[in-house]
Ligand binder design. Structure first.
Ligand code: UD1
Ligand code: CA
Length: 470
């Protein structure tokens, strides 16, 4: 039985990106281009995938891990030379080999499966996946003979004006009979404008040696888009975003303004959730059903259960349980765990803290390094004072306790269940169950002292002015 293989080209530097980050690692909707490619070809049930690495090879290896085998291209002498590096692994194998570039993130598995099917049905030695480009500049052109058969591929820099006018382009994806491919690669020379060993020359070599070369033209040019610079990166991102948003909507998610909704590829959202304009959802964020994600919220790598409302807030590596709500203008930082039905109101920051069911933290509060129980009320303007300048310390607050407004909880600290902290207290010692802690200066009223202050004079003038106006 003949098997199917893939070679992914990812060794190039990506000079045109003008970046310290290697080209294929540039993200499109939160995932590197080469991961998009691998993700699609993984759906094709191939026997082996070999990724050619060179520039940034260490980083590419880290990103792809065990999903593929690797072959190293020491010097970047061209795409043909790159594929040849897979010879050690694949050279002897019988079967069909798909070649795809790591900088074409939009290809869908279904299109690649169609290419395999066409290639095998045609019993061809080589099949090029081509597309009709509105603007073919930069791509290799497909040169056909008078009978319409593929003769060769000519790179942009090697085209004559007549060839440059051809709008059928090489998408950089091919199916080859594996053994034919490696035999032909040995015959490729670097006699061209860029002095590179072009993979595309294999086509003419096969054709001239009497092997069957065909082309399969895909419908949607956009899907074949290659990213060589930042302008193309932005275009690819915009196309990917549109695709993601359409998938979300078809799965039952309401996007009020899909043009202005930014959802990364790995985000999962439940049905009947509504996403308002300007929302940014990043990383492996999971959102449940029937949530409302309000305008301009930004959520990264967080897990949100069902029936949660988020209003104009920023979440990173945080969790919100069923029925909880937050905002406007609050911030959940890493390891914030918000329990069921918890209310986090305006201007609240939570970091590395667990907040138990039905607790309320309504206004202008910082909760860091703390464990709060259930049914607690934290008043306005409270600070969990967790840092002594060197170390972070922890505070625990028990169930049904009440923290009065404008209190400081100076950690390490344990406040028991059913405890009461009087407003304006700075609590530095533990509080037992059913106790009330008050820690502030006693109020003193000094008779007539108001009149000693400049404000008294100003008030007098204002009162007189009011009278004369009447
Ligand atoms: C290539 C094709 C072109 C096609 C276009 C489609 C060749 C010669 N040209 O051009 O016909 O229209 O893709 O997008 O194949 N790479 C290596 N090692 C190298 C050189 C490149 O691994 O020595 C990798 C790059 O990392 C990249 C891919 O091969 O992922 C394509 O290389 P790139 O330089 O982007 O080729 P294009 O000029 O886009
Ligand atoms: Ca390219």
């Amino acid at each position: 039985m003949s098997a199917n293989y893939a070679v992914v080209l990812a060794a190039g530097q990506g000079t045109r990106m003008k970046s310290k980050l290697y080209k294929v690692l540039h993200p499109v909707c939160g995932k590197s281009m080469v991961e998009h490619v691998i993700g699609q070809i993984e759906q094709l049930n191939l026997t082996q995938i070999v990724t050619i690495i060179g520039y940034g090879g260490k980083q590419v290896k880290e990103v792809l891990g065990k999903r593929t085998e690797f072959a190293v291209q020491q010097e970047q002498l061209g795409t043909g030379h790159a594929v040849l590096q897979a010879e050690q692994i694949l050279g002897e194998k019988k079967g069909t080999t798909l070649i795809i570039c790591g900088d074409t993130p939009l290809f869908k598995a279904a299109t690649l499966a169609d290419l395999f099917a066409y290639h095998q049905q045609q019993k061809a030695a080589a099949t090029i996946l081509t597309a009709k480009a509105p603007d073919p500049t930069g791509y290799g052109r497909i040169i056909r003979d008078q009978a319409g058969n593929v003769a060769k591929i000519v790179e942009q820099k090697d085209t004559t004006p007549a060839e440059a006018a051809i709008n059928e382009i090489n998408t950089g994806v091919y199916c080859f009979d594996n053994q034919t491919l490696f035999q032909a690669l040995h015959q490729v020379t670097n006699d061209n404008a860029q002095h590179e060993y072009y993979l595309t020359d294999v086509i003419e070599i096969c054709q001239k040696s009497g092997q069957k070369v065909t082309a399969f033209t895909m419908k949607d040019f956009n899907e074949s888009m290659g990213v060589n610079d930042r302008v193309a990166l932005a275009k690819a991102t915009s196309l990917m975003r549109q695709r993601i948003n359409e998938t979300q909507m078809r799965n039952g998610v309401t996007l009020i303004d899909p043009q202005n909704t930014y959802i990364d590829s790995d985000v999962q959202i439940g049905a009947d959730t509504v996403i308002e304009p300007g929302v940014v959802l990043k990383g492996k964020t999971i959102i449940g059903e029937n949530c409302l994600i309000g305008a301009h919220s930004q959520i990264t790598a967080s897990t949100i259960a069902d029936n949660v409302t988020i209003t104009a807030s920023v979440l990173e590596n945080a969790e919100m349980a069923e029925g909880s709500n937050i905002g406007p203008y609050s911030h959940l930082r890493p390891q914030a765990k918000i329990g069921p039905r918890v209310h986090i109101g305006n201007f609240v920051e939570v970091k590395k803290a667990e907040i138990g069911a039905d607790t309320k933290v309504g206004h202008l509060t910082y909760v860091g390094d703390a464990t709060l129980g259930r049914h607690i009320n934290v008043g306005c303007g409270c600070v969990f004072v967790n840092y002594d300048g060197i170390n972070k310390h922890h505070t625990t607050v028990g169930d049904y306790s009440f923290i009065g407004s404008s209190s400081n909880m100076v950690a390490p600290l344990q406040i028991a269940d059913h405890a009461y902290v009087a407003a304006g207290s700075t609590i530095t010692g533990d509080v037992a169950a059913h106790d009330m802690a008050i820690a502030r200066g006693r109020q003193v009223n000094k008779a007539g002292y108001y009149d000693r202050y400049p404000v008294a004079k100003a008030a007098q003038q204002a009162e007189q002015a009011e009278k004369s106006f009447k």
